[in-house]
Design a protein around this ligand. Structure first.
Ligand SMILES: [Fe+2]
Length: 393
């Protein structure tokens, strides 16, 4: 009898130690990182090490009044989930906020018996909502990182990330998405550590983000503004169009084996684009910038010999379908990537009415917008300045 009681006691002790060990391992593992920050809203994203019920606690800087925000889906809090994108609305413009993540691991999830472990908390982080009337906007942009987080870190180190207000990753960042969590290693972990806990990170899809078995899950990690991978957002007086350029090959290409309808998708996007450039948000902006991974072919691009040779089906298709729209949209600057070759194509009236910067796979740029125009400085991984240009408006 004594032996049975002792064995039972040891078993319970072992279970308790295991539970404590489990609890000690539970943490906020990725992020937090901010997305889609506007004048009055933000998305706070993060992932826990195991399934959990998590939330964001938010307060205005200097205030003790804390509000709690959950990711919900169709009326349900995400209580059995690792990754969260928590949308917070009704913020005040140009206001400093502080936030932290709270999370409880889901120990048991039966229909009528739901149990959570002890709550863990992150430290408090801060951010500031954009001012609607801001005349200046500074951002850093890069392209074609292809999962190389180390390269990304080295590139960002050459730019003043303190001064930058947003980080745009313009395609081919998370490459041929083939496993859960790839996006963390590609970009999210490094961007969170260097920048995105306090300022917003944007991913614009490139052709390598629409490839791989797990590419359909990209929106687990990257928030779609208005439910789409393409959007128009204002940053004070600057309007930024973020476009999804789709594939560089036709849907019917043998390598895709019938899994794509991106041509139809891009056609719908171009219809949306036609309206977007007529919108007040675009027309009334003091500065207008387009970010699109694959550069739409124009005549001046064709005249650059080394570029003409590498232009893809996607470039030509965008050129045929949308160059007219772009040429009539008063664009001050277009930024692309994809070719892995740096090119600056100045505006040529009537052919390409906007300057185009094609970033390569080993460079990043700072773009500073103010009342005088737009300054662009592109620096490659060797520290060479590839372009330093002021665009007067
Ligand atoms: Fe690409």
């Amino acid at each position: 009898m004594k032996q049975t009681i002792f064995a039972l006691f040891m078993l319970l002790a072992a279970v308790n130690v295991a539970a404590q060990g489990y609890q000690a391992l539970f943490e906020v593992e990725h992020g937090p990182y901010l997305q889609a920050l506007t004048t009055n809203s933000v998305v706070v994203s993060f992932a826990t090490s195991d399934r959990a019920l998590s939330a964001v606690e938010l307060r205005e800087k200097g205030s003790q009044e804390v509000s709690t925000h959950y990711m919900t889906k169709d009326g349900l809090r995400m209580a059995y989930s690792k990754h969260n994108n928590v949308e917070i609305k009704d913020l005040r413009p140009a206001t400093n906020y502080e936030y932290r993540i709270i999370a409880k691991p889901t120990l048991k999830y039966r229909p009528y018996d739901i149990r959570f472990g002890d709550e863990v908390q992150t430290e408090w982080y801060d951010f500031r909502t954009f001012a609607p009337d801001a005349e200046t906007f500074t951002f850093v942009a890069t392209t074609d990182i292809h999962d190389n987080a180390r390269k990304c870190e080295d590139l960002l180190a050459m730019h003043d990330m303190e001064q930058a207000e947003a980080l745009f990753m313009v395609g081919d960042i998370v490459c041929d998405i083939s496993r859960e969590g790839q996006a963390y290693e590609s970009i999210i972990d490094v961007a969170s550590r260097l920048f995105a806990r306090n300022k917003p990170l944007y991913l614009i899809r490139g052709n390598h983000e629409v490839r791989g078995s797990h590419c359909r899950d990209l929106d687990l990690y990257f928030h779609k503004i208005d439910g789409r991978y393409y959007s128009l957002q204002r940053f004070g007086s600057t309007a930024v169009l973020m476009l999804d350029s789709g594939e560089d090959k036709a849907d019917a290409s043998a390598v895709f084996n019938g899994v794509k309808e991106l041509e139809q998708y891009v056609d719908q996007e171009i219809e949306w684009l036609r309206e977007a450039v007529r919108s007040k948000a675009w027309r009334k902006a003091a500065h207008r910038i387009v970010l699109i991974h694959i550069p739409p072919t124009s005549a001046p691009m064709r005249r650059v010999q080394q570029l003409e040779e590498i232009l893809c089906w996607g470039s030509d298709s965008w050129g045929e379908k949308a160059l007219d729209i772009f040429n009539n949209a008063d664009i001050d600057l277009m930024i692309s990537g994809h070719t892995h070759q740096f090119n600056f194509i100045p505006a040529v009236k009537g052919e390409q009415n906007y300057p185009l910067v094609i970033n390569d796979h080993r460079s990043a740029m700072t773009v500073k917008v103010d009342g005088d125009g737009i300054d662009v400085k592109v620096i490659n991984i060797d520290g060479e300045v590839l372009l330093e240009e002021h665009f007067q408006q």
